[in-house]
Ligand binder design. Sequence first.
Ligand code: ZN
Length: 383
Amino acid sequence: MSLPSLKQQFAELIALPSVSCTQASLDQPNRPVIERLATWLTELGFSCEIQDIAPGKANLLASYGSGPGGLVLAGHTDTVPCNPSLWSADPFTLREADNRWYGLGTCDMKGFFPLIIEAVMPLLTQPFRQPLLILATCDEESSMSGARALAASGRPLGRAAVIGEPTGLKPIRLHKGVMMERIDIHGHSGHSSNPALGNSALEAMHAAMGELLALRAQWQRKYQNPLFNVPQPTLNLGCIHGGDNPNRICGQCALEFDLRPLPGMNPEELRAAIRHTLQPLAEQRGVRIEYGPLFPGVPPFEEPANSELVRVAERLTGHRAEAVAFGTEAPYLQQLGCETLVLGPGDIDCAHQPNEYLDLSRITPCVELLRGLIRYYCLLLAK
Ligand SMILES: [Zn+2]
């Protein structure tokens, strides 16, 4: 077998649907994508290990060369769901137009894998002094279960890791965390004519929201980072549901909110602070308050400006490493001891949108950048 062309590889990966979604009816396996990548990489001489995460869901760890250290090139193989009626053509058929390749996953980010293959192929005749690991994960767009399982396994991956999320080929060394949380207040319903007949969950929620906004103000005074467009941590009260009728005391009220902590803020400590303000409120008002995360959350991420990988990537790209607003798998790879950066060819503005594309002008610079990284970490003498 010989490997399909770069464009054919793009087309094949796009044609294998791999939507991950918290709604079970939309969720799909990513295993066909993992198996296709494993076939190609085995053909190139990589040893491929498939790590099963859940039925139909798996990570791929493909390594070339051996020993400690080396480079990890990483990405997720799942995509967000799409609405085909909003696309100008089938999202699962690669289409070339306007000097772009259109298709779901071209930019975010199945397209990164063929670019890695393109970069590494001509180097395979040379001895690898340190290994190259290609890591392909599942469920990044939903639960991050792939990266989370990898981090939990604790196995060291390499000295440096680059995640090819869409950053327009600019290195990214910081992002905020993502937390989505829920508060349920259980009071007692009763006739509105006499407040003594019930215990309003809605009024208790009003007080809880006041506490949350006070905590937000406190955190925003304490934490700022000018590298971010929005330099403070944010807390958004996203939705609230409670009560049924004006003449009933509200018995139940639920609030969901989103919190974006800056690097240096610990999600567990933030949760503890929230719990600490809610507890006295429950006692004062005689209601029961449940509080917890809607999903495990993504920790904030920061790779120090003076780390080796940041300096190498800044030199190869000619761009200073920056911050972005979206969360990635970077904190999990960092937990495994890798210096970690987010750096890939797509544009975030067209990710998670109809008519997602990769601009063809990004292909050569991305391949050359990846080749430069592989040369630096895997071919040159280990330092
Ligand atoms: Zn992505």
